[in-house]
Design a protein around this ligand. Structure first.
Ligand code: ADP
Length: 256
């Protein structure tokens, strides 16, 4: 947990009035229009919204991959705007984990080598026992020397999750982590993500369009047209689906 001087808990990630515009003049697109949102340490949040609502831009800004036009992004209390590219890369490697829909494993490396990679990139000497513990936590202790091509999709995503957790990051961003998986495999991966929050105190922010996936989170935040339009605590898949339908309807009305 990160504490500020007066003893208040600092959010793992905080966005303040983040604005991002792509293009200029007539081709200008406002992707985020002054978005403010906070993710508490040890919380699991799903981010949802119609296509084009700004989810990817939000994720890229929050993870320090894209610099916002204005506003602030703080990760573990550090203002990303104050970091040059080198320091930003270092912060991303050490404090942020990523899980993608397409797994993004290196095919020529074994499970162990893939998981160890972020530590090596950060110039840290991997502690073999610690790495093995992470691989065992995701249920792949007996596959440690396998190549990704020898694993199922669900197993590959477990490797990607182990890789994201190995640096003990302040936050893990997951972008449609179950988008390429069948329902049963997706449920197992979501349970694993949930466990990383409940048992290891990981902070997790997951972009998804799937109400069932969102129901594993503590909170869902809804984006529409580059802004935050609502949130839901203790979401159920049914309630999330209903809210998403209303958001979609709102978009259709706006387009008429
Ligand atoms: P989502 O992930 O919810 O689909 P995005 O963040 O990808 O939304 O996009 C938000 C808006 O910004 C959309 O209108 C999209 O067309 C636009 N946009 C995203 N990336 C770019 C880019 N690199 N150049 C121009 N416009 C972009």
């Amino acid at each position: 947990m990160v504490l500020v001087d007066d003893g208040r808990r600092v959010a793992a990630v905080r966005l303040e009035e983040v604005r991002k515009v792509y293009g200029t003049g007539a081709g200008e697109v406002v992707a985020l229009r002054g978005l403010s949102v906070e993710f508490g340490s040890g919380s699991f949040t799903a981010v949802m919204g119609p296509s084009g609502s700004g989810k990817s831009t939000f994720l890229h800004c929050a993870a320090g991959l894209v610099r916002p036009g204005s506003g602030r992004v703080l990760v573990g209390g550090t203002d990303l705007a104050g970091l040059d590219e080198l320091r930003l890369t270092k912060l991303r490697r050490e404090r942020i984990g990523f899980v993608f829909q397409a797994f993004n494993l290196l095919p020529a490396l074994t499970v162990l080598q893939n998981v160890v990679l972020p530590l090596q990139l950060a110039g840290k000497r991997p502690n073999r026992a610690q790495v093995r513990a992470v691989v065992e936590r995701v249920g792949l202790g007996d596959r440690i020397d396998h190549l990704p091509g020898q694993l199922s999709g669900g197993q590959q995503q477990r490797v990607a999750i182990a890789r994201a957790l190995v640096t003990r990051p302040a936050v893990v961003f997951a972008d449609e982590p179950t988008g390429a998986l069948d329902t049963r495999t997706a449920a197992a991966v979501l349970a694993l993500l949930r466990e990383s929050v409940d048992e290891a105190g990981q902070t997790l922010v997951m972009v998804t369009h799937d109400p069932v996936a969102a129901s594993y989170a503590d909170r869902v935040v809804f984006l529409a047209d580059g802004g935050l339009v609502g949130e839901m605590r203790r979401p159920t898949a049914e309630a999330v689906a209903a809210r998403m339908t209303r958001l979609g309807a709102r978009d259709e009305e706006a387009a008429r």
